[in-house]
Design a protein around this ligand. Sequence first.
Ligand SMILES: NC(=O)c1ccc[n+]([C@@H]2O[C@H](COP(=O)([O-])OP(=O)(O)OC[C@H]3O[C@@H](n4cnc5c(N)ncnc54)[C@H](O)[C@@H]3O)[C@@H](O)[C@H]2O)c1
Length: 352
Amino acid sequence: MKKYLITGCAGFIGSNFVYYMLRRHQDILMVNLDKLTYAGNLENLKDAEGDPRHTFVQGDICDRPLVEKLFSQYDFDYVINFAAESHVDRSISNPGLFVQTNVQGTVNLLQCAKEAWLRDGVWAEEKKFVQVSTDEVYGSLGDEGYFTETTPLCPHSPYSASKASADLFVMAFHDTYGMPVNITRCSNNYGPYQFPEKLIPLMINNVKHHKPLPVYGDGMNVRDWLYVEDHCKAIDLVAQGGRPGQVYNVGGHNERPNIFIVKTIIAQLHDRLQDDAINETLIHYVADRLGHDRRYGIDPAKIRQELGWYPETPFEQGIVKTIDWYLCHETWMDHVTSGDYQKYYEAMYKNR
Ligand SMILES: NC(=O)c1ccc[n+]([C@@H]2O[C@H](COP(=O)([O-])OP(=O)(O)OC[C@H]3O[C@@H](n4cnc5c(N)ncnc54)[C@H](O)[C@@H]3O)[C@@H](O)[C@H]2O)c1
C-alpha cells in the first residue's frame, strides 16, 4: 500500500485531490495535514468521512516535531505539498505570513522527508516529494508566447515570490542531497470548493445576490483556466511517473480575460435563474491590484509528451459544472461567507 502525506487538503485543490485519489486508487493511505486557516474547511472533506484511506490531522506544516512524528508513524512514500497561503491580495497586506507558511513550511517538510528517507547516505527507493506550485512564479507575459519549464523565474507579488522561493528550496534539496522531487506549476484552477475570495466563486456568489461585481483595472488581465480535476490528474501522474528533479507545467490553453469570465457567469446565471436583475450593470470596475500581472499562458507540451497528460474538461463544460455546483451547495457557501471572510471582504473592497 502506498502512503501519502498530503498537506493543505482541506482547501480548494487539496480537497478535490482527496476525492480524485479515492476514486482512482484502492490501495492507498492519505494522511491529510492541514492547519485549517480561513481557507481550510472540514466541510470540504465531508464525503471522505469514514473512508479508511483518508485520515485528517489538524496541524501546521511548520511544526517540525509533529511532521517528524507523522513520518515515523506512517513511513510515507510520497509527500504532496498543497499547503500554502494562496491569495495574492492577502500577500500584499501580510507578506510575512506567506514567507512563514510557503517558504519555511516547505523547507520543514523537505527536512523531515530527508531525515526519514535518507539513511546512511542512501535514499530509500520509490519515494517522491511533489511541490504544488504555480505559473505565477514566471511573472507576466506580453500578448504572445507561453511559459515553459525553462522560462526564468520572475515573480512580482509577495505570493509568487514566496512560491518561487519554495520551488528553489525544493530544487536545492534535489541538487544538493539527491532528493527525488518534482514541481508542478499550474495555471488558475476553478471548480467545486474554491474559497469565494477567488474570481469565479466570488462572482457567482455576488451575481446570485445581485451584489456589485468588483473587476480589477480594465478587466483585460488574462488567465489560463484549468478545471481542478484536470490539475489533480496531473499531480497524480507526476507523483507516479515524473522524472526526479523535473518541473512540469500544467495548463489547458484556456486563456480568457477576467471580464469574459465575469460576463459568462452573468449570462449563465441570468438564463438559469430567469432573473432580469442579473445583468452587466452589476459590473463595477475598481482600482487595479498592485503589481497586477497582465497575462499568464502555459505551454503544457512536456507533461503531455512525457506523461500523456491532457485536460479533459473544456472551459465551456467546466464553467457550467462549476456554476451548478455552487448553486447546489448554498449551505456550503453560506458557511464560508460568514465570519472572518466578511471582515476581509469589507476591508478589501470598501474603499475601491
Ligand atoms: N488555486 C489555484 O488556482 C492555484 C493554481 C496553481 C497553484 N496553486 C497552488 O496549489 C496549492 C493549493 O491551492 P488552493 O487554491 O487549494 O489553496 P487554498 O487557499 O484553498 O487552500 C490552502 C490550504 O492550506 C492550508 N494551510 C495554510 N497554511 C497552512 C499551514 N501552515 N500548515 C498546514 N496547512 C496550511 C489551509 O488551511 C487550506 O486548507 C497552493 O500551494 C497554491 O499555491 C493554486
